[in-house]
Design a protein around this ligand. Sequence first.
Ligand code: IDP
Ligand code: MG
Length: 139
Amino acid sequence: MRTNRTFTMLKPDSVEKGHVGAILEKINAAGFRIVAMKLTQMTTADAKAFYAIHKERPFFGELVEYMTRGPIVAAILEKDNAVEDFRTLIGATNPADAAEGTIRKLYAASIGENAVHGSDSDENAAIEGAFHFSGREMF
Ligand code: IDP
Ligand code: MG
C-alpha cells in the first residue's frame, strides 16, 4: 500500500463559490503533486457509502444532502507524509477552530459546510481514492 498519498474532495460549497482555483493554488504551493483529479457529482448512494462510518451521527442526513447537491472536485494527492500534512493544510473540521491560513479557516462557512475533505489515514486514503478513480485515471 502506498503511504505517500491522500484523497481530497473540494466540496460543493467550494465549487459553488468559485474557490476551486484558490484552493488548488494552496495545495500546489504546499508541495502536493496531483495524481488524479476530476469534477464529478456523488449520488445519494455514493455519499451514504463514502460516509458510512458516520451513518449513526445526527448530522448524517444533512451531510449526504450537502455532499450530493452539486459537483465536487475529487483528487488524489502525493507528497511525503501526505495524509498528515494535508490535514494540517486544511485545518480543523470546524472552521471556528481551524488555524489561521488553513483552507477551512479561509473558505469554510461552518462545521457542516467546510469546503474540503481530507483522508484521515493511509488506509482510508487508498479506499477513498479507489472509490472515485480507476487505475487508468491515476498518474
Ligand atoms: P473531517 O472531514 O474533518 O474528517 P469528520 O468528523 O470525519 O470530519 O466529519 C465528516 C464531515 O461531516 C465533516 O467534514 C463535515 O462536513 C460533516 N460534519 C462533521 N461534524 C458535523 C457536525 O457536527 N454538524 C454537521 N456536519 C458535520
Ligand atoms: Mg473524517
